[in-house]
Write a new protein. Sequence first.
Length: 492
Amino acid sequence: MMNLFIFFFARIQTFDVHVQLIVGDFPARSKFNLLSGHAGYFACSRCLINGVRCKAHQHILYTWLEYRTKCPVERTDENMHISFDLIETSRKTIRPNGVIGKSPLCSILSIPKQSVFDYFHTCLKVHLPVLISKWVKLLSKVDLNKADIYLSGILYPHSFNRHPKKLSMFDQWKASQMRTFFLYVSLPLLIHLGKCLPSAVAAHFSLFYIYIRTLIFFYNRSDVLAMRPFIECYLEQFSLIYDECNELLSTHVHVHLWEQCLQHGALAFHSMFVIESSLNHLAKMAHGTVSLGEQISFWYSIDRYLQSKKKKRTSNIFLQNHLFDYEFFDQRLAQQYEKQFFDNFYQFFGHTNRSGIRFSSRFRCGLCVFHSLAYNLRKKSASFRVCVYNSVCSKLFCFGEVIFFFHYQNNEFFFFKQMLCSTSLYSKHLAIDDRIIPSWSDRIDQYFYTVDSSSISFLIYPCSSLLRKCIFIPFEGNEILCTNIDHELEHD
């Protein structure tokens, strides 16, 4: 906690400011923490692992073997203060435990605990591209074309501005494309490629996938505690699947992410996606090389003033639930399902009095907007594919597509094309051993569900049954793979 003094109408106001954390990429963290850079020794801010020099390429490795055998102690404020004292009393330039000097941040936060790793850079911009590059090298041109066709056939909600398309051009993907690829498509793609890659690659990657996807967004802290064996097993096998030369600091720090989430919450809530997006926006406000800061400040003030005139402020922005876009409703599509709708209407309401029905193409639930098949302007987006609450189903939820919404008797409903849940488990397609981690298969099956697209039923649900949007991924024959979008606002 720190005290902040502000002059307000000729008076001094004192504010107690609690600092939660500071986040940055590896070069930035080295500068504001005053610790060794990611290419040096003792570069980890959470433990005192030394690092060893790679004999082949002369860079510093942070191997799992060293971490497991030496069991490095955690970095604490106490041993950092000891390092500060050693630096002050030494006549030579030294870096005890990788400490360069005393950072000004030490007065307001704990560097070992509150200087956090960013999954935006650590996972998506550094580690994942290394893995994909290894996969691409193992694939022929025919296999790469197969992967590209697979990726291009997947539709995403309208809030996903960028989509991963060509695997061979992964090095040109933006971080948001990497995120979409990793969270929803990466594991299904590896299984789809089948014999094109060694079976151990997909099984090994599933450990990392479960670990990161769980930590990005979770509801229970018990899920975080359950992630430790997944990352330890992943790092233990990493040098067997990939080259030991890839055990860099960016690989090692993943072992600390579960501890970080226990202290600061899910990775999605302290990543640099928002910050990087804002920096990109601010950079467009400056031109040339003179007075860049002044230009940005001036145009940012103008932009904020103009935006404030357009925005409508409401106190219930997170609670509003209502239908809208009655004018963009596809009447021809509604006529195609007219018989099925009115049959279900009678079963649901118990009468045929249809006066007062008002059809709609979209529904707003808080900050999320759900589309329907009847929405004229949806183009190639798939915000009509959803997961709904179903008390009759053994899983308590089902998947399908919203045909249209309608308002009736002061309530909102939607007409739903529900797909039959398959009994097959997706984890069976991975060569995994539950004896290593008992919940390995269960975690995979919690993220991916199979449905039969040829077995459908039409139902009416209240809009309160909508749980979240989902992505449909082609699988085998008529079967479709469904995966939930747990935190859609991160993509928007």
